[in-house]
Structures are given as C-alpha cells and as structure tokens.
Design a protein around this ligand. Structure first.
Ligand code: COA
Length: 261
C-alpha cells in the first residue's frame, strides 16, 4: 500500500479511497498535499485493479477547508500564477480520469475544497457540510478552476453571486443549486450512499463509463467538438466485447456480465 504524509490511500473492492489527512488544519491543501494528490490520482489512472475513486477528508468536521492560507499568504504575482496552474493541472487530472471519482463531502468544502469536490464526477455530502468560494474575503479569487466549474455546475448567475459575495451555503442549498448530487443525514449514510452509487455505476461496462466522462467533459473544453468526441466514444464502445455482451444480454432477456474487455 502506498504511504503518504498528507493522504491516506486505500483500495478495497476495486475502489480507491483518497482521504485528505490534515485534520488539525481542517484538511487544508498545502503544496505537499497537492503533489501527493497528483500521485494518488495517477495510481487510479494506472492500476488496472482500480475501477473507481472516492475523495474525502479525515474527521467529522471538514472535507477540505481550502488552500492552505499560510502558504497562500506568501505568494506573489509570479509564483501565484504557477501555484494556481499546478493545482489546476491536478484537478483537471481528476476531472479527466477514465474511471468515475466521487467526492464524499464530510464537512467544510470551502475554497480549494469546493474546487476539489467540483473536479470530481459526482458529489455526495452530509447534511452538515458547508460550501463556498470565500477567496474574495482574502483579496484573491479561486485559482483551482472554481470560477469555471462553479459556473458550469450551477450557471453563471448563481456562480457569480457566490463568487462575488463569498457566501457560505449548506448542503441542502448546494443540492438545490445542482452543486451536489445527494445529501445524507449522517456521516455513516454518506459512506453508504457513496458506495451504493459507485456499486451501481460499477455494474456498467468500464469503457462506456470512460467514454461518458470524456464526452461530457468535451462539452466544456474550448476547441473540442463534443459531438465528435461522443461519436468517437460511441464507435470505441462498439469495438468492445462488453458492447456485444450488453446488447446480446438484452436480446436474450438476461442481465449482462461485463468484463471490461
Ligand atoms: N488554511 C490553513 N489553515 C486553515 C484553513 C486554511 N484554509 N482553514 C482552517 N485552518 C486551520 C486554522 O488556522 C486552525 O489552525 P490552528 O489551530 O493552528 O490555529 C485550524 O485549521 C482550525 O480552524 P479554526 O478556524 O480554528 O476552526 P473553526 O471551526 O473556528 O472555523 C472555518 C472553521 C472553516 C470556518 C475556518 O477555519 C475558516 O474560515 N477557514 C478558512 C476558509 C477559507 O477561507 N478557505 C479558502 C482558502 S483560499
């Protein structure tokens, strides 16, 4: 098992769980944590035993309370740009992962925490979780894709309101806005719901899942033709044994048995 200083990385039943592990700092993301996140996500890409990922935070209070403000405070114009670009690169890796990654949001998802959650494919939060992009309170803006993904998920008007006011909202409000997919009453149910949803997704053909992610993401990539990506993805699936299995199973009135081939 991989050992990290700021993360716990575990694999169980083909699901890799990345737990941000800086509880005394409410799991704030410092540079070292971002670099470890990059390595952990790389493993999700490369390890053929892993079929999906979960990102969560340690403890009952915080998912991630933002970028580490003690580091942010030291930035200047030159290294500030680099700092943002590195975080964007890692979060883009999560967004473009060929396997579904769910954010299990166990508490505060503020600033970089909200951005991390938004880079995942789906988001489930406990009722006590809080969301927001409070960077304007620090005299700065989100740097890890928040201005882009928040607008994509909840629309420009509501995104601008949250970004300009720095307001913090609760999980029910986040669900109403479409920022998150589901809310659970307890931390225990957060875990159950996350696994229930992932297990449903993992009963589908892996290549189809990968092509769905790629095609949906293409809609938000300037310069990409999403319809073309979709047609390519469709063709790609048609070449798999799982496609033959899925269609045969339907016609034979039996459940499909997908193998990932
Ligand atoms: N960066 C660095 N340290 C952070 C942090 C962050 N984003 N968020 C929390 N912490 C640290 C606090 O400094 C404190 O450390 P200390 O015990 O060494 O003083 C510890 O985590 C606990 O936080 P604290 O503020 O005492 O908890 P709280 O329950 O009173 O408040 C929050 C919780 C989330 C409301 C508050 O911590 C907060 O506003 N955090 C910053 C949120 C933010 O602006 N994020 C965007 C950053 S770009």
């Amino acid at each position: 098992m991989l050992k990290f200083s700021n993360l716990i990385f575990a694999i169980e039943n083909s699901i890799a769980t990345i737990t941000i592990n800086r509880e005394d700092k409410l799991n704030a993301l410092n540079t070292a944590t971002i670099e470890e996140l990059r390595l952990a996500v790389r493993v999700i890409y490369d390890d053929t035993e892993i079929r999906a990922g979960i990102i969560t935070g340690i403890g009952g209070k915080s998912f991630v309370a933002g970028a580490d403000i003690s580091e942010v405070a030291q930035l200047n114009e030159l290294n500030g740009r680099k700092y943002a670009e590195i975080g964007q690169e890692v979060f883009r890796m999560i967004e473009n992962a060929p396997k579904p990654i769910i954010a299990a949001i166990n508490g505060y998802a503020l600033g970089g925490g909200c951005e991390l959650a938004m880079s995942c494919h789906l988001r489930i939060a406990v009722q006590t979780a809080k969301f927001g992009q409070p960077e304007v309170n620090l005299g700065v803006i989100p740097g890890y894709g928040g201005t882009q993904r928040l607008s994509q998920l909840i629309g420009k008007s509501k995104a601008l309101e949250l970004l300009l006011t720095g307001d913090i909202i609760d999980a029910e409000q986040a669900a109403d806005l479409g920022l998150i997919n589901h809310v659970t009453a307890t931390q225990e149910q957060l875990w159950e719901k996350t696994h229930e949803l992932l297990n449903k997704i993992l009963s589908k053909a892996p290549r189809a899942l990968e092509m769905v992610i790629q095609s949906v993401n293409a809609a938000y990539e300037p310069g990409q033709n999403g319809y073309q990506t979709e047609a390519n993805g469709f063709a790609n699936c048609c070449a798999t044994q799982d496609f033959k299995e899925g269609t045969s199973a339907f016609l034979e009135k039996r459940p499909p048995k997908f193998t990932g081939n």
